[in-house]
Design a protein around this ligand. Structure first.
Ligand code: VTB
Ligand code: MG
Ligand code: MG
Length: 328
């Protein structure tokens, strides 16, 4: 096979652009069901569309972060093999509709997302909760730490950014489990952007505070979403740590089966997504960084961000699709 990588190692660079198609197609499918109050239906069409497009990619792919185990998810389940098999062995993390509730309510920031990495380089995380902290690029290494208090982390970000604490905004999922966290962050004087869902977007938003108004992501969300967010940050730059919430013997046993020996381990961004990583996200609903899908009389537009960790290339693709049935 021709070596299309920039470094001689890593993934075929052609895939960087090809994966945009995968999230575009899932986003368009989900967008047709925006605002209908039916999360399951929107999710299902996104899954179907993503799978169809994924199976056209010249890869020997295995889904490692997906819609669940085979018995509860008929498609894009963990372990499902995808692609034409005619290409590199890769691991795939995906969420065809990240923020199903957001999409069903037609609120901001639902996305179709995928990350592709060399085999064995994504954390095989079970579908449990993960405690996360993330900031964008430009901060000294170690500015924030999961083990530090939220107060210390907020102060560290303000100091490193050179602004007052009340000029910092933290993004936190609006959940009862975050009541104490929210109180503590507010007590520092920082502002909070409470989001209903969509913490992959929440983490990505820390990479462009001027555009999104978000400096730091804090709190407990899904572990699969944590790995996807880490993959995205690997490409754009930034820092992230995550700790799986393995708080029952059953969860510890499940994690062990997936190769996780230390249930209390704090994973760095690189430990969650190492090596060469490709990431693509297409907006389903309008958001702070990506516009949602638009249906017009003369075509469908999509807005996608595609990136690659080894080259740190970040591309935004605004595409106009004429006839989706002729998408192939
Ligand atoms: C978060 C959120 C996701 O799951 O990861 C959340 O960002 C965590 O679970 O969009 P709970 O809803 O139980 O708090 C999602 O809401 C769905 O994937
Ligand atoms: Mg999903
Ligand atoms: Mg999700």
């Amino acid at each position: 096979m021709a070596d299309n990588t920039t470094s001689g190692t890593g993934l075929d660079r052609i895939l960087t652009l090809e994966i945009a198609r995968v999230t575009e197609r899932a986003a368009v499918a989900a967008a047709r069901l925006r605002g209908r109050g039916d999360e399951k239906a929107a999710d299902q069409v996104a899954v179907d569309a993503m799978r169809q497009e994924l199976n056209r990619l010249p890869i020997d792919g295995t889904v490692v972060i997906g819609e669940g185990e085979r018995d509860e998810a008929p498609m894009l389940y963990i372990g499902e093999e995808v692609g034409t098999k005619d290409g590199a062995a890769v691991d795939i993390a995906l969420d065809p509709l990240e923020g199903t509730t957001i999409c069903a309510k037609n609120l901001p920031n639902s996305l179709a997302v995928i990350a592709i990495a060399e085999r064995g380089s994504l954390l095989y995380a079970p579908d449990v909760y993960m405690e996360k902290i993330a900031i964008g690029p430009g901060y000294p290494e170690g500015t924030v730490k999961l083990d530090a208090s939220p107060t210390d982390n907020i102060h560290a970000v303000a100091k490193a950014k050179g602004v007052a604490v009340h000029e910092i905004t933290a993004c936190i999922l609006d959940r009862p489990r975050h009541a104490k966290l929210i109180d503590e962050v507010r007590a520092t004087g920082a502002a909070i952007r409470l989001i209903g869902d969509g913490d992959v977007a929440g983490v990505i938003h820390t990479t462009d505070p001027e555009e999104t108004g978000i400096d730091i992501y804090l709190g407990i969300g899904g572990a699969p979403e944590g790995v996807l967010a880490a993959a995205a940050l690997r490409c754009i730059g930034g820092q992230m740590e995550g700790r799986l919430e393995l708080n029952t013997p059953e969860k510890i046993a499940r994690a062990k089966k997936m190769g996780i020996e230390d249930p209390n381990k704090i994973y760095t961004m690189v430990e969650m997504a190492t090596g060469d990583v490709l990431f693509s996200a297409t907006g389903v609903t309008d958001g702070n960084l990506l516009q949602g899908v638009k249906f017009a009389h003369d075509g469908i537009s999509t807005h996608t961000i595609v990136m690659r960790s080894s080259s740190k290339t970040v591309r935004e693709i605004k595409a106009r699709h004429q006839d989706l049935d002729k998408f192939s």
